[in-house]
Write a protein that binds this ligand. Structure first.
Ligand code: ADP
Length: 831
């Protein structure tokens, strides 16, 4: 490939060298037939006055109004010459007193009474040689131009040689500007990101319009020269605006005020000039001075901002544009001056066109660098985010595995220990372990949210049971701190709503727990209500939590919802927290289309109000909350018979023997025949030889992980329908769906909790192998009732094993139970 590239370069040098050689060094030999353009002698003209008198007139020349000029056509006209070419507005051309050509344009302008200068061709024949040529110019702009004689092609070619460059440059800018504009608009649409190039390209397109509408060749591509000749004046008024916007965004709005003033001036100038032009008070030519002045002000403003940035060393990021701008500003100034001073009056926009071209090229370099920067940044971000995700997934596994062991063992101590001191220690371990678990979950949630992979899982849920859970889970903590815990649940909340129940619970728990955490004395008040929304089947669930706690300082308000941001660190030193809770709460609320408001007085307390729109499934109001709770949690504490399956065979696979020990301990009372193995390979061997009722299979194992083991067992067809439950420390949201799609029957998150394990085994172990526990019938039945389910739970925990405890909330539930069952004793628990 290298040699091909070298050969191609040599070929290109040869080809272009040949072109240059031919053009520069070879004799001219292209046929020039028909390429004839002579200029009628400028000193052979006379001005014919109204009274018929004649005075000599030098062409080109200056006149103060309408003028009639006469000359004699040369005797030795070129035999191919067939036209005379004049520049002007309205005119009549006579040869020997006979009208040969006439141009009248006053009917064509849309606004104003003037037309525009253009080239007018009149036919001439060989027999016209030596005859008198008379030209009557009307409405001319004060100038009489050279008159050409030759062929149409020759005259056009001559004009092209004089003024053609601006046409090429103008067309190139138009094309380039147009492509850049479309590209930046498409980019904005696709990537939702503004590219400064958009306004630059717009400015370039306007500049190109100015050059092209001003070109002497406009009569070749326009239908109405009058309107086309107005365009340059309009462009001068508006071109600076996109450039000002462009420079402003490059400078990140550092000089916004000055740029806005310059922009406002441009717009004002436009409005005033157009306001004077349309009713015919001032022609557009008359607006040029003020437009040029305004454009100069814009150029000065932009130049000053560039100088300021240069001084502050801020120009580096857009140095190419700054250089291009300097070239453009010089070109534009020269252009405006030359418009006023041009000696022959034929206006060429070459300077401006050149300046624009240079500017556009440099701005393109800037944009390409900007795009490359965006790409690199995106790649880097993707890389960082992937590394972060992997790190978090690993960390979650690494931390949760030993924690699984600790909490599992602790659960066994709690089940076995009767000594109250040991139970207290075990409860402390459980609480600290659960806090650690909550922190890991917070970090994982946050990483999911930030990487955009967090999914809401909406379901229909009963509001009463959700509120009951939240209140029951938060109240003990408040009571432990001797805080008054008041709640008011509005009776008109619809009983069934549709939304992500788990996340709503998480939001409410976080706000309520914070109120409890940051309040040392006084009370925490919770008020839950609904407000109507614009749509009839959507309500705004409103949770207001007030406390009499430490409050939040005015200057900390902005930091409140930022991640890892804890306020008042000194005072809160002893309060557990990571500063993640409110950030996640806020993000979750916004993901559900809601928002959080808060008020706080430092030292007095805070009030957080969460608003979450929820779709109504059942409009029936929950009414009296106490009743609604007992309805929704009917029989909640009436225990189902616990799992007892001595004929069932379960296989547990985990490379960590402590985890296996935990499972063994947890299942001891179930009398299930449990086999344990420590690798995928051993698992397969066991399954080959024995039919299990359920397999608990760890995910992360060396050599053969859970997924590979499952696949192997499926391939060997040794499972025969045995449910395989994935055991994993990977707590990432959406994991369950992932495992099920891989062929697992269900999923158990580590650390394994007994309730969840029992629930899963009850679901998958065949019913005929699940027997009533032998001793359950032997124990005396105690019915415990009261209004506070937390106290009931505590009491049940205390008595379980000694009695068969049945708990019910409320006296009605108690009566209902007794009407259907017998109890050896009834116990009433006050709060
Ligand atoms: P943390 O885990 O630290 O509680 P959060 O994100 O939940 O993190 O809260 C961020 C910070 O906001 C807390 O550290 C605390 O300083 C402040 N804060 C939150 N809720 C309250 C409240 N009810 N009263 C006073 N300060 C609060």
């Amino acid at each position: 490939m290298k040699y091909i590239r070298i050969t191609m370069s040599v070929i290109l040098v040869l080809v272009f060298g040949y072109i240059l050689f031919g053009e520069l060094l070879m004799p001219a030999n292209s046929p020039r037939n028909g390429d004839i353009c002579d200029i009628l002698p400028g000193d052979g003209w006379v001005e014919v006055k109204a009274d018929g008198s004649e005075v000599p007139f030098e062409v080109p020349g200056v006149t103060d109004g309408e003028i009639t000029l006469e000359t004699v056509l040369p005797e030795n006209m070129h035999r191919d010459a067939d036209v005379l070419c004049f520049r002007g507005m309205d005119m009549d051309i006579y040869i020997d007193g006979e009208l040969r050509e006439t141009v009248k344009t006053e009917d064509y302008p849309f606004f104003g009474d003037r037309s525009a200068e253009c080239y007018v061709m009149a036919s001439v024949y060989p027999e016209d040689a030596g005859k008198t040529l008379t030209v009557r110019y009307e409405y001319n702009s004060g100038r009489v131009y050279e008159v050409y004689i030759g062929t149409r092609l020759g005259i056009l070619a001559y004009l092209f040689r004089l003024y053609g460059a601006e046409l090429f440059v103008g067309l190139s800018i138009l094309l380039l500007g147009f492509i850049c504009y479309i590209a930046s608009v498409v980019y904005k649409y696709i990537h939702k990101q503004y590219l400064e190039m958009e306004h630059l390209a717009l400015g370039a397109v306007l500049g190109a319009c100015w050059v092209l509408s001003n070109s002497i060749f406009r009569q070749l591509y326009t239908r109405n020269i009058s309107v086309m000749s107005d365009i340059p004046f309009l462009m001068v008024m508006i071109i600076p605006i996109p450039f000002l916007i462009f420079i402003n965004s490059l400078q990140k709005g550092r000089y916004r005020r000055a740029i806005e003033v310059a922009n406002a001036l441009e717009i004002l100038n436009f409005v005033v000039c157009i306001g004077l032009f349309i009713p015919g008070i001032v022609p557009l030519t008359g607006t040029f001075i003020s437009s040029a002045l305004c454009a100069s002000v814009s150029i000065v403003v932009m130049t000053v901002t560039l100088i300021l940035d240069l001084k502050k060393h801020l120009i580096y990021p857009y140095r190419y544009v700054a250089f291009g701008f300097v070239v453009l500003a010089i070109a534009a100034s020269v252009q405006m001056i030359s418009y006023q001073l041009e000696h022959n009056g034929v206006f060429s926009g070459l300077f401006m066109a050149f300046g624009l071209f240079v500017f556009l090229i440099f701005a393109m370099i800037h944009t390409i660098k900007q795009l490359i920067g965006i790409r690199l940044e995106a790649n880097e971000m993707m890389h960082i985010s992937k590394v972060k995700d992997d790190f978090l997934a690993n960390m979650s596994h690494e931390i949760r595995t030993p924690l699984n062991g600790i909490l599992g063992m602790d659960e066994m101590i709690l089940r076995d220990a009767r000594d109250s001191r040991i139970r207290r220690y075990a409860l402390d371990i459980k609480s600290a372990g659960n806090t650690l678990l909550a922190i890991i979950n917070d970090i994982l949630d946050l990483s999911k949210i930030e990487s955009g992979r967090f999914e809401m899982i909406p379901t229909d849920y009963g509001v009463a049971s959700l509120l009951n859970d939240v209140l029951n889970l938060t109240r003990p903590r408040a009571l432990k701190k001797d805080l008054a815990y008041n709640y008011s649940i509005s009776g008109d909340i619809p009983s069934v709503l549709h939304g992500d129940e788990i996340r709503i619970k998480q939001i409410m728990m976080n706000i309520i727990n914070n109120a409890i955490k940051y309040t040392q004395e006084g009370h925490v008040d919770i008020d839950v209500s609904v407000a109507q929304s614009d749509s009839p089947d959507i309500v705004m669930l409103t949770v207001k939590v007030s406390d009499t706690g430490i409050g939040i300082r005015e200057e900390d308000r902005d930091k409140l919802f930022r991640s890892f941001q804890r306020l008042d660190e000194k005072k809160n030193r002893n309060i557990e927290g990571t500063g993640l809770g409110l950030h996640i709460t806020d993000r979750l609320t916004r993901m559900m289309g809601g928002h959080i408001e808060f008020e706080s007085e430092y030292g007095k307390g805070s009030t957080f109000t969460v608003f979450i729109p929820q779709t109504v499934v059942n409009f029936e109001p929950i009414g009296d909350f106490g009743r609604a709770v007992s309805d929704s949690v009917k029989n909640i504490d009436v225990p189902e018979t616990s799992l007892y399956a001595p004929q069932a065979r379960v296989l547990a696979v985990d490379d960590n023997d402590m985890n296996l020990e935990v499972i063994e301990g947890l299942l001891r009372d179930t009398h299930i025949k449990l086999d344990t193995v420590m690798s995928g390979q051993e698992c397969i061997e066991k399954v080959r030889g024995c039919k299990y009722d359920c397999i608990l299979l760890d995910q992360m194992m060396p050599v053969m992980n859970g997924e590979m083991t499952l696949r192997e067992m499926q391939n060997e067809e040794i499972l025969h329908g045995t449910p395989v439950i994935a055991l994993t420390a990977d707590a990432i949201v959406g994991a369950r769906e992932g495992y099920i799609s891989k062929g697992f029957t269900d999923y158990l998150s580590k650390p394994v909790k007994y309730d969840r394990l029992e629930q899963v085994l009850k679901r998958y172990i065949p019913e005929d192998k699940q027997l009533p526990p032998p001793d359950a019938a032997d124990l005396p039945v105690v019915l415990i009732w009261g209004n506070d389910s937390e106290s009931l739970r505590r009491e049940k925990e205390r008595l379980d094993g000694i009695y068969k405890c049945v708990c019910v909330v409320g006296s009605k539930a108690m009566e209902k139970y007794l009407s259907k069952h017998n109890a050896d004793a009834v116990m009433h628990i006050e709060k």
